[in-house]
Write a protein that binds this ligand. Structure first.
Ligand code: SAH
Ligand code: F3S
Length: 477
């Protein structure tokens, strides 16, 4: 399966890369939720690396345990609470152990976390990681410490992330933080604050440094990448107040994508997440123009019904979405799309649900990330709407959406059979040690027999001769 969201029911990956040999303290850092959290953890590791901490995968030897948490659905929060409860014994055995929570749950629950989870000593929101050294001093003195202040400026642009536990080939580069969209179901605008863009020069520098370190693929990250707008710093909402000069020299997402494509021509470039109402034709033209910009867009739609899209405060109609997909396919004929869908949002009828299934059939997505609606405290939907679709109906609709996506994925994978693709080798296949796992530009996973002389990080040409629902089977040509 694809790895955009790390399933919150699974334990987050622990990382282990020794950063500074002289460091003596040990940090156990575990991330949950979206790619942005994984990217943020690399910033956190970098900040703490300067404070004497190297990461460890071994809980028993940790001086500091940090969980980078997710609030997107209720289950994501339950998983973190369960994980925390597993640390009780460790804390008994080692009273000087510090346990901290970072990320969206820290921001959402604030001091409640310290009140409800007694073993937690440290609560730090997504914009406050620079304050970690000070906060840790407080915990060393035996006090609980908290900083959940959100910022309009913070982009951590100058912090060089420590690359954690990856494959050494693909990396995330954050380009925007926060979200101004206020989709009524979503907690992100409350936990990650105002949208702001990062200085393009620091983005290019980070991409070049990755290229120099033999990375081969970059994913530009943001809640809403198409909304990227650099005018010298500050919140996107304050763009109106910028000077004429700042406005004239502003950089938008299509321009940034082109700058990155040119700066690292030997690297593949992906981006996530796109929001349909901010996605422009210009972006598709950049995808078409540059071979190294991948022919794949994750374009969440959430529902195929105009009535529901409006209740969700998504800023486009079903037809506008379909027109955008049509235009994209004209500009980039072999483009692939994936979706996010929510089943059973407030007031969703059987007819609305059928419209979702119908839209999926029209678009023919390669993949999907599908969820039952989970009411989040404090969101506009929670305040103003009733979560009135019964749980069993939500689950049944979700199952239908997942089953249909399965059919569509199979169909899309079959359309790649009999063709030749350039693929990037990411590692060894989990199922067969004698095979590589690689990816096409369209983000499809291909497995094929290892041939001597091939290495992780190589681009190779592969003929696809068969497929399963989610994987292509091929051979080197
Ligand atoms: N910025 C992205 C989405 C971030 S959240 C965008 O533009 O869409 C990732 C996905 O989680 C969303 O696309 C949505 O499908 C899902 N999601 C968000 N809030 C949810 C909720 N309250 N219940 C169920 N799924 C939710
Ligand atoms: Fe959430 Fe909508 Fe932003 S889904 S992250 S409020 S684009």
């Amino acid at each position: 399966m694809q790895e955009k969201y790390i399933d919150e029911t699974k334990q987050g990956e622990a990382f282990a890369i020794a950063e500074k040999p002289e460091n003596s303290k040990k940090l156990f850092l575990e991330s949950y939720g979206c790619q942005m959290n994984f990217s943020d953890s690399e910033i956190v590791a970098s900040i703490l690396n300067e404070q004497g901490y190297n990461t460890t995968m071994n809980l028993e030897e940790a001086d500091l345990i940090l969980l980078n948490t997710c609030s997107i659905r209720e289950r994501a929060e339950q998983t973190v609470r369960m994980r925390l409860s597993q640390f009780k014994n460790l804390k008994k055995e080692n009273p000087s152990l510090t346990v901290g929570v970072l990320g969206c749950m820290a921001e959402r629950l604030k001091t409640k976390f310290l009140e409800e989870e007694h073993l937690v000593d440290l609560v730090v929101g997504p914009d406050a990681y620079r304050d970690l050294p000070n906060l840790l001093k407080e915990t060393e003195d035996g006090r609980d410490a908290i900083n959940v202040i959100l910022s309009k400026e913070e982009t951590y642009a100058d912090i060089n992330p420590v690359r954690l536990g990856g494959n050494g080939v693909t990396a995330f580069v954050t380009i925007t933080r926060g979200c101004d969209n206020m989709c009524t179901f979503c907690v992100v605008p409350f936990t990650r604050g105002r949208e702001r863009s990062r200085d393009p020069h620091s983005i290019i520098e980070e991409c070049k440094a990755l290229a120099e370190n033999n990375y081969k693929e970059i994913t530009l990250l943001g809640q809403n990448v198409d909304s990227y707008l650099w005018y010298g710093g500050g919140a996107k909402k304050d763009f109106d107040k910028a000077s004429e000069m700042q406005k004239a020299t502003a950089v938008n997402f299509a321009q940034l994508l082109e700058m990155v494509a040119k700066a690292v021509p030997g690297m593949r470039i992906r981006f996530s997440t796109s929001n349909p109402h901010e996605m422009t034709e210009e972006v598709f033209r950049v995808i078409a123009k540059y071979d190294n910009v991948c022919n794949y867009v994750h374009l969440p739609v959430q529902s195929g019904s105009d009535r529901i899209l409006q209740k969700m405060n998504r800023q486009h109609t079903r037809q506008e979405y379909l027109d955008l997909i049509k235009k994209a396919k004209e500009i980039v004929p072999d483009i692939a799309f994936s979706q996010d869908m929510i089943a059973g949002f407030c007031g969703e009828t059987e007819e609305d649900h059928q419209l979702t299934l119908d839209l999926m059939r029209q678009v023919e997505y390669d993949y999907g990330y599908m969820f039952a609606y989970s009411e989040r405290p404090g969101t506009p939907a929670h305040k103003k709407m009733e979560d009135d679709v019964p749980a069993d109906v939500k689950q049944r609709r979700l199952a239908e959406i997942i089953a249909l996506q399965g059919e569509l994925s199979r169909k899309r994978m079959q359309s790649y059979v009999g063709k030749t693709y350039e693929v990037l080798i990411e590692g060894i296949s989990k199922k067969n040690k004698n095979q590589w796992k690689a990816r096409t530009s369209q983000n499809a996973v291909v497995v094929f027999d290892i041939i001597e002389g091939q290495n992780i990080g190589d681009f190779v040409t592969v003929f696809v001769n068969d497929c399963t629902q989610g994987t292509l089977l091929g051979k080197t040509v």
